[in-house]
Structures are given as structure tokens and as C-alpha cells.
Design a binder for this molecule. Structure first.
Ligand code: FES
Length: 147
């Protein structure tokens, strides 16, 4: 029996014999770092045109607005931050407190009044979890909010 006939009986093609060693070596660790894990998109990705009157608050340091359930604020030093606009305690609206460069819960009654850093972390409860932080990117007069 010739070689190709023998392999044919076993159901192995010549290409399997040729490439099998390479396939084996590909499955071994090569010592090269794996691709970085890309976090899944939350689907938030929109752009605010700062030349439009509805977005004019973001032209002023200390200004803020709410769009798509996200509060976007411009600090007194001109840095943009964007976090979820519903308090993680009981869902009251979040406001930007420019004087203290932080986000605060609009419900200021007893048992509420949580405060958050510009990155959304709780700095004062009762809220027990952070506000979702979104990325911002300014290009000319277009402010992109995404994450
Ligand atoms: S709803 Fe914001 S602290 Fe209670």
C-alpha cells in the first residue's frame, strides 16, 4: 500500500499531515501577551454641538445640562465631566455643584443629599454606589459623550 492510499484509509489528507505540526505549535503559548480585553460598550455615544442654544450652558465654566439621562458639566477650570443623571440612592436628579466641583443629589431632604466626585464616586451617602462615569472628548465645538 502506498502512503497516500494508507492515509486515505485513515481519513487523513496530505494537507492535514503537512499542517498538523504547525497547528499544534500555534496552540502553544508563544509568550506574547494576549490582546487586551476591550470593555463592552454601554451603547452611549452622542455628540453635543456647543454652538446650539440648547447646549450653550456648556460654553460657560460651571455650566451643566442633562441629555440622554447624563449630566454633563464644565468645571470652573474648563474640564468636562459626564455622569449618570439619576442618583443611585432613589433616583432623584443629579446637579452639578460648581462651587465645590462635585455632583450632588437634588433631593436635599433628611436621609438624602448624597454627594459625588466628578468621577461619580460617592463622597457622602446615603447613596451606596457610584454614578456611572462617561468619557468626554472636545473637538472644536463638538463635545462627544461616550462609554
Ligand atoms: S435620592 Fe439622592 S440621596 Fe436619596
Amino acid at each position: 500500500m502506498k502512503r497516500h492510499e494508507f492515509l486515505s484509509v485513515l481519513g487523513i489528507s496530505a494537507s492535514t499531515v503537512i499542517f498538523a505540526p504547525f497547528l499544534t505549535s500555534c496552540s502553544k503559548s508563544s509568550g506574547v501577551a494576549a490582546d487586551p480585553v476591550v470593555p463592552p460598550s454601554t451603547g452611549v455615544d452622542f455628540t453635543l454641538d456647543l454652538t446650539v442654544a440648547a447646549n450653550a450652558a456648556l460654553l460657560t465654566n460651571g455650566g451643566s445640562l442633562i441629555k440622554n439621562n447624563i449630566i454633563v458639566a464644565k468645571t470652573s477650570t474648563g474640564v468636562y465631566y459626564a455622569v449618570a443623571s439619576a442618583c443611585t440612592h432613589e433616583g432623584a436628579a443629579i446637579q452639578f455643584d460648581n462651587a465645590n466641583t462635585r455632583f450632588i443629589c437634588s433631593n436635599q431632604s433628611a436621609g438624602h443629599a448624597s454627594k459625588f466626585t466628578t468621577s461619580g464616586a460617592v463622597s457622602s451617602g446615603p447613596a451606596g454606589s457610584a454614578l456611572k462615569l462617561y468619557s468626554t472628548a472636545l473637538s472644536g465645538t463638538s463635545l462627544r459623550i461616550f462609554g
